[in-house]
Design a protein around this ligand. Structure first.
Ligand code: ZN
Length: 449
């Protein structure tokens, strides 16, 4: 099995038409399941006048109402406590509680049964296998597992593949680096922010070159960094390892992965998920490649608390090219480009924090950390970009390059502030580098929901 290219050679190479037939069949099953077992789902489908008999093609799915995170917040803490009536199984069958990280408001609770938990590890097995994890790997997970889903399912999937897993939870960064060195671990899973942070601590605090350690592959999740070429390059250079992107979410599952061919994008696991991309302005479903929109996603096999046409707010676009690895699962170009909440207009121009990150990380002499603050000066929008100069880098060698690249990439001007290396906040898990102060009242309102 270790020589096998695909985790599931049948499903990952299905011809498009057969794959779509499978998706339709699975969609009808999960829709009927939720329609029958969840009062929450039944009420929104009844209100839209739609029943399982109405779903005869993938086209019909577009008529089904979407589910927003706020709707899930609205039902939780009601019966059956604490999940509310989206729960499709008796409470005694629930085996695990998780919650969303709540970066944009009140967390959403998520119930999983043992069957769902097996499903989680299966989704993650596609991810790890496609990135070259095999039984010989010793995998280090520098992360404290808790009520959030990260990196529980990655842990169990690695075990399922036969890897040896080292849970590096209750350790500080320096101890984790020493453990990697001591055990010669070969692979690692973490957020891009933490991968860079660990490299920085190893190099600058401990005098250890991370590239001299035995890590040869890294799976990134939780943030878009591994899909941003300059951030990925920084991580690969620092660790002397291949870095792969992955995206998943508590209320969805592990829906995508970058394979070993590193196509500058991620495959959607279309055997287990149905992804639709919705135009941000018109609400139409985008079929063609090259047009950005927000992801509406269905987990085709998740049973306890189903995820059906969930409005993920992740901004993605289909790639026009198939991947050289041979998988028939479609690619999304550049991974998750951002959140529709974060992609905002400044001076009438669409601004994506990911585009700024790509520029900052592409410039030698700038540190890994940065911060973007959008506010108003009078009636005019202003973007402040705070960056750090690495020791020994004169500001004059950076200034014009940074300004020019930013303008070219984003069509906007910036007020750039330079700081000494080590001055900006460091993050252990996910970063909070983008602040839109114009939205302050909105985010306060969101927090109360
Ligand atoms: Zn591929």
């Amino acid at each position: 099995m270790n020589n096998q290219v695909f985790w599931n050679p049948v499903l990952e190479t299905l011809p498009r038409e057969t794959l779509q037939q499978l998706q339709l069949k699975k969609f009808k099953r999960i829709f009927e399941w939720a329609f029958t077992h969840s009062k929450f789902h039944r009420s929104i489908y009844d209100a839209a006048g739609i029943t399982p008999d109405d779903i005869k093609s993938l086209e019909d799915i577009k008529r089904i109402p979407k589910v927003e995170k706020s709707m899930m917040r609205g039902i939780q803490c009601k019966d059956p406590f604490p999940y509310g009536d989206a729960l499709c199984v008796p409470l005694e069958e629930v085996s695990t509680f998780r919650q969303t990280s709540g970066t944009t408001g009140q967390p959403v609770y998520q119930a999983d049964t043992w069957q769902d938990w097996e499903w989680w590890s299966e989704c993650w097995s596609y991810v790890l296998w496609s990135q070259g994890y095999r039984a010989k790997d010793r995998v280090f997970i520098p992360f404290g597992y808790n009520i959030f889903v990260a990196f529980w399912a990655g842990h169990y999937a690695a075990e399922k593949l036969g890897c040896e897993v080292v849970p590096g939870g209750v350790l500080d960064t320096q101890s984790r680096i020493l453990k990697i060195q001591e055990l010669r671990t070969t692979a690692m899973m973490a957020t891009p922010t933490y991968i860079l942070r660990m490299a920085d601590v190893a190099k600058n605090k401990m005098g250890i070159d991370p590239a001299s350690l035995s890590i040869n592959r890294i799976t990134c999740a939780g943030e878009p960094g591994a899909g941003i070429p300059s951030t990925k390059k920084r991580m690969e250079d620092a660790w002397g390892a291949k870095v792969f992107d992955h995206s998943g979410a508590t209320e969805i599952g592990a829906w995508s992965f970058e394979c070993e061919s590193q196509p500058c994008g991620m495959h959607v696991n279309e055997a287990m998920f149905l992804v639709e991309i919705e135009d941000l302005d018109t609400g139409e479903i985008i079929e063609e490649p090259g047009k950005k929109g927000k992801m509406i996603i269905t987990a085709l096999d998740r049973m306890a608390q189903p995820c059906i046409r969930f409005d993920s707010k992740d901004v993605i676009e289909w790639d026009s090219e198939p991947c050289s690895c041979g998988r028939s699962f479609r690619l999304i170009k550049g991974g998750v480009i951002g959140r529709s909440d974060d992609i905002t207009k400044v001076k009438g121009v669409l601004l994506s924090p990911g585009a700024i990150e790509e520029v900052v990380r592409s410039i030698n002499g700038l540190g890994d950390e940065f911060e973007i603050v959008v506010d108003k000066q009078g009636d005019v929008d202003r973007i402040k970009l705070k960056v750090e100069l690495l020791p020994g880098t004169p500001r004059t060698s950076i200034e014009n390059k940074l300004k020019d690249r930013l303008r070219l990439k984003t069509n906007l001007g910036y007020l750039i502030e330079y700081y000494d290396y080590g001055s900006l906040p460091r993050y252990e898990v996910k970063s909070k580098r983008f602040k839109d102060l114009r939205k302050k009242s909105m985010s306060e309102k969101e927090c109360r929901l």
